[in-house]
Design a protein. Sequence first.
Length: 245
Amino acid sequence: MGLALGWGADRLSRRPARGRFTYGFGRSTQMVSLVNGLLIFAAGAVVVVEAIQRLFHPVPLIAGPVAWAAAAGIVINLLSARLFGHDHHHDLNQRAAVLHLLTDAAVSVAVLVSALVVGATGWLWLDALTAIGVGAAVIWSAWGLLREALALNLDAAPRHVDLVAVEQALASLPAVCEVEELHVWGLSTSRTALTAHVVIDPSRLAHEGLSRDQLLDQARQRLEAFGIRKCTLQLESADQPDAPH
């Protein structure tokens, strides 16, 4: 269900803006990332609770079929995670999907090892302890995903965007005196937007032989280096800071 939600949100985020949805549907990937984080967290909690119960009330384990199923799970989940490539770190929705797959792979590894050991020794308690460890690891991973997803839903700047570096990049442009009202937020888990007031000295701009449009082009090029391709910059003269241009 988590993978299906992630796939659906990714498809929805690619649809063009229309009607009241002037920003498009990119926010759906952020919402699904939050839902997926909750699903993973809940799954880890259920595993821990069930494992604690089985620790005190062991259940017989048929090691052979369990081991073969776990081995198949390792291969399938790792291959599926590889299909997402290496770019998922900057897309929280894809990261949530990969986390689902890697979590399943980790569970399969633990199940395979415990099934082999239990089959050889008869230590049923080892199966429960393994599940507790896996569940705790899943909860820990989900917690980081939940925090980031919640932050993005509250319009926090994406973690990979260095706000100080962005402000310095704009402030170091020719004729720029100050950068004010800098806002950076995610339109989706893969698209970032920015708005800012850029205070300039018109005399310095003329001395540099630049027009306002050329200055804006330079600003956009610098912002693209940070992965910010949707920006709205308001140029203000230093002698008339409240007059928009």
